[in-house]
Design a protein around this ligand. Structure first.
Ligand code: NAD
Length: 509
């Protein structure tokens, strides 16, 4: 792998490992259906290149409707036969817990695949993506035999049992920014509650999905319960979303495609659709904040993490005009820490954008910001082009107004827009003037203001004086066009279960 900078010893080790994977042709882009690795029915593939340096990684199965049919059939068969769906929760727990262990045991391999596939720094794949995916599976494993059903407070002449039952076959369609983790957020609750799953990973980062499914088989998950169909959205994705035998769809991706999911459900079997979509989160710093330096560090860390390719990235920094110059100066002091580097170097803080098209999208937004009159005060350029990969410097725009495209649309790149406000009412109005409502952050030393503003913000999660806390125990999802579903926490179980009431007559009362 080429790089503009001298390699550290650890980077050399990871580069050697990557080279060995390629030389020994150990990358496997095939589907996994009914417990078997397989090519697409018509033998079609597409080439997957690494955004790190543009090199070809492997051929990936280009699944289409017949492959999706086979995967859904296998999933339905497994469900009806009860090999998983009718297992006791404690038995499912043991298999899922083993699977989580295996994910951790294969941490290096999975992290390397993820980094090669979508360009994030290896340190993040190792310390964030793999452990959080394993933790998610483990948490739902442990939760599922502790969730009780209900008995309704009916008259004594009858007993009404309210039980959760698995919905059946779940289609999961996920994006490329956290491929393993977004898959785990669907797989954990869906499998723990006894469903079968057909997973369609993004064509931009498909490699870890089938490997996860292989590890699940090794852990004892019955064949057919978890199937993977790589391919394009308009082919494999559309076929899955339109399928008449899919009972529920867990979708994470753009708002544009989320709209289509609702149309597909309406055009097919009215399957339940849970959309987890985009964001344009506001990070509000008030003049009474006593933690301005930490606020600047936090917003920089959050917008530049994962190359800005995070749905909840705080891409709008709203600052009171009296402290704005100071806050911007402190954000700019953070920028040097996030210069893009070799994603295979564990010291790298920011890696490559996922592909050339995303590079052009991000550069296009930077151009539009300049064109609309915002001041680019940091970054704004492509770098490391000599590597053959796709890198953009951390970028800060000052003097942004909320109607500019860079303030309204999700860029999904390392671009921060600074918007100044005059008072609390204006800050809340600006934050809420967005079609999205995923997350927000409020920085104030006054608890009344923090509560008041947190309550007024139309967002699924509001942080106060921080942005980085996150845990599998809390729901993740948005208001408005950020979606309708909630991943994580016990609330996610609702998406993958039907509520059934059974009335029983009680004689002789
Ligand atoms: P995308 O919508 O382009 O694609 C997501 C998935 O949908 C991919 O697997 C893709 O192949 C598939 N797809 C595309 N067109 C389809 C179609 N016509 N029919 C069926 N499937 C189709 O999104 P992306 O670029 O992969 O991911 C980035 C988006 O994901 C951003 O908007 C980001 O905010 C969002 N996201 C949201 C969350 C959340 O929890 N809210 C988390 C991560 C990412």
């Amino acid at each position: 792998m080429t790089s503009a900078q001298p390699a550290t010893a650890q980077a050399l080790i990871w580069r050697d490992r990557a080279q060995a994977l390629l030389d020994e042709r150990r990358l496997d882009g095939r589907a996994l259906i009914d417990g078997q690795r397989m090519d697409a029915t018509d033998g079609q593939t597409f080439a997957k290149h690494s955004p790190i340096d543009g090199r070809a990684l492997t051929a990936v199965a280009r699944c289409t409707a017949p492959d999706v049919d086979a995967a859904v059939f296998a999933a339905r068969q497994a469900f009806e036969q009860g090999r998983w769906s009718r297992e006791a929760p404690a038995a499912r727990k043991r298999v899922l817990a083993r699977w989580a262990e295996l994910i951790l045991q294969h941490k290096d391999e999975l992290a390397l695949l993820e980094t090669l596939d979508m360009g994030k720094p290896i340190g993040h794949s190792l310390n964030v993506d793999v452990p959080l995916a394993a933790r998610c599976i483990q948490w739902y494993a442990e939760a599922v035999d502790k969730v009780y059903d209900e008995i309704a407070p009916t008259p004594e002449t009858a007993l009404a049992l309210i039980r959760r039952e698995p919905v059946g076959v779940v289609g999961a369609i996920v994006p490329w920014n956290y491929p393993m983790l977004m898959a785990a957020w669907k797989l954990g609750p869906a499998l723990a509650t006894g469903n079968s799953v057909v997973l369609k990973p993004s064509e931009k980062a498909p490699l870890t999905a089938s490997r996860l499914a292989e590890l699940a088989l090794m852990a004892g998950l019955p064949e057919g319960v978890f199937n993977v169909v790589p391919g394009y959205g308009h082919e494999a994705g559309e076929a899955l979303a339109l399928h008449m035998d899919v009972d529920a769809l867990g979708f994470t991706g753009s708002t544009r495609v989320g709209r289509k999911m609702l149309e597909y459900a309406g055009a097919s079997n009215l399957k339940r659709v849970f959309n987890e979509l985009g964001g344009k989160s506001a990070f509000i710093v008030f003049e009474d904040s006593d933690a301005i330096e930490r606020a600047a560090q936090t917003v920089a860390g959050a917008i530049f993490f994962n190359q800005g390719e995070s749905c909840n990235a705080p891409s709008r920094l709203l600052v009171h005009e009296s402290i704005a110059d100071d806050v911007v100066a402190q954000v700019l002091a953070q920028v040097p820490h996030y210069q893009p580097g070799d994603p295979l170097d564990p010291h790298t803080a920011m890696g490559a954008l996922v592909d050339e098209s995303q590079l052009h999208t991000v550069l296009g937004y930077i151009e539009s910001g300049r064109h609309e009159g915002a001041r680019c005060v940091a970054g704004g350029v492509q770098v490391r082009a000599e590597t053959g990969g796709y890198y953009v410097t951390p970028t800060v725009f000052d003097g942004v107004s909320n109607h500019m495209r860079i303030a309204r649309e999700e860029i999904f790149g390392p671009v921060l827009s600074v918007i100044r406000f005059q008072d609390e009412a204006e800050a809340v109005a600006l934050a809420n003037q967005s079609s999205y409502g995923l997350q927000a952050s409020v920085w104030s030393a006054h608890i009344d203001r923090a509560h008041r503003v947190a309550r007024a913000l139309r967002a699924g999660t509001v942080h106060v004086n921080q942005y980085d806390e996150d845990d599998i125990t809390v729901p993740f999802g948005g208001y408005k066009q950020s979606g309708n579903g909630r991943d994580k926490s016990l609330h996610a179980l609702d998406k993958y279960t039907e509520l059934k009431t059974t009335w029983i007559r009680v004689n002789g009362v």
